[in-house]
Design a protein around this ligand. Structure first.
Ligand code: HEM
Length: 399
């Protein structure tokens, strides 16, 4: 009997007791039913993610095997990865992102203006999903984006990490999304060909930026855009929902944050540690590897459990407690954004979106409370909510 089965309904509901058993009893564990290994201790995961020569991403970060080296960023190894990362790093660094802060703050205010008179809402579709989705579309310069198609595409595509996506549902959403991306690329290409100035946005920059004398070919460009949409919006939705939920669960914490806003970034990091939105992703070894007495055969999918590392008692005091008195710098060593060569490029943006969103809610809704049963996200390896009913008093804003 293997200790860990991510599809087991009890494990899905609360995987942390299983992660604790893995760390103590089988830090490398086989999951024969689904033909993968899982690694659960912080130290081992860091060592793996540092060693890209052994632990390849060429078959993709999910459980299903992708065409080798066919993806963008998360699906390629150096040297191709180095080129892609340089290119996207050039247009997506913290300095470019900081320029969007005022726009995102204004978006949050608009959404809250709409919500306030209602006295209650499902926080996920109305708020946590809208912010990152609208922001990524604005960054890419998609003024008339089909938001509902994108929203559903992100939802179904994230099920693909463990091969749970239904291809019949996914294919039309994928086709519509790619058709939209292609039309946006073609529109800019035509403007450039005519000698006109294309819009100054991420799509144009990804099209024209040259690194080492090379630009991105269209397939990789489409892969990038798709990854930014999926990796950049669903994950941040989960982060926003998770941090609000954990704060509202604990008497007094919402008021504590309202009184001391320096705790907002701490609450966000603690949520990332305590409730990593992405519990784990996969690597595939280029040769047989011996670890803790187990042999992991070449080309066996191997899961790195970020969410388990984030509660490893070798690293964290009281790992199963959600606390606001941890040191923020120490907290940032959690693995929710991955580690090493493939560490998340959107960490800065998602922290900013969550900080602005959370501050907006704290400003406008002092009486925010959970008002019904939350519904967990569907994919087995992600942690967040699809629904989070909340309520607030109608005269809240004046307090
Ligand atoms: C709370 C929100 C987020 C979480 C939890 C998260 C998580 C992760 C993780 C775990 C990885 C590592 C993948 C691996 O090791 O194979 C990653 C990579 C990446 N993320 Fe994020 N992410 C978030 C938000 C974002 C946002 C907002 C964007 C962009 C808009 C983004 C873009 C990327 C990119 C481009 C990579 C690939 C880096 C590479 O392969 O070199 N992420 N993310």
């Amino acid at each position: 009997m293997s200790i860990y089965d991510p599809f087991d309904s009890e494990t899905k509901k609360n995987p942390h007791p299983t992660y604790a058993r893995l760390r103590e009893e089988e830090p490398v564990s086989a999951c024969p039913a689904h033909a993968f290994h899982v690694v659960s201790r912080d130290e081992d995961i860091r060592a793996m993610l540092r060693d890209v020569d052994t632990w390849s991403s060429k078959f993709g970060p999910g459980l299903p095997f992708a065409e080798p080296n066919s993806g963008a960023l998360v699906g390629v190894d150096p040297p191709e990865h180095t080129f892609q990362r340089k290119l996207i790093g050039a247009v997506f660094g913290p300095r470019s992102i900081a320029g969007y802060e005022d726009q995102i703050a204004a978006l949050v205010e608009d959404i809250l203006d709409e919500l306030e008179p209602k006295g209650g809402a499902d926080l996920i579709p109305t708020f946590a999903e809208r912010i990152p989705l609208v922001v990524i579309c604005r960054l890419l310069g998609f003024d008339d984006a089909p938001l509902e198609t994108f929203r559903r595409y992100v939802h179904v595509a994230t099920l693909g990490v463990l091969g749970e996506a239904d291809p019949i549902e996914l294919e039309p959403l994928y086709a519509d999304t790619m058709a939209y991306f292609r039309s946006e690329i073609a529109r800019r290409a035509q403007l450039i060909a005519e000698g006109a100035t294309p819009p100054d946005d991420l799509t144009t920059q990804l099209m024209i930026t040259e690194i080492d004398g090379r630009t991105l070919d269209e397939n990789v460009l489409l892969g990038f855009m798709s990854f930014l949409l999926i990796g950049g919006s669903g994950t941040t939705t989960m982060l926003i929902g998770n941090v609000v939920y954990e704060l509202l669960q604990r008497p007094g914490m919402w008021d504590q944050l309202r009184a001391d806003r320096s705790l907002v970034p701490v609450a966000i990091e603690e949520s990332l540690r305590y409730d990593a939105p992405v519990h784990g992703l996969f690597r595939t070894p280029n040769h047989d590897v011996e670890l803790h007495g187990h042999t992991i055969a070449r080309d066996t999918k191997t899961m790195v459990l970020y969410a388990s590392a984030n509660r490893d008692p070798r690293v964290w005091d009281d790992p199963d407690e959600f606390r606001l008195d941890r040191d923020q710098r120490q907290l940032q060593r959690h693995l929710a954004f991955g580690y090493g060569t493939h560490i998340c490029l959107g960490a800065h943006l998602s922290r900013m979106e969550t900080r602005l969103g959370l501050n907006g809610l704290l400003n406008r809704f002092p009486t925010l409370r959970i008002d019904g049963d939350p519904v967990d996200t569907e994919p087995s390896v992600l942690k967040g909510f699809d629904h989070l009913p909340v309520a607030w008093d109608l005269n809240d804003a004046g307090r």
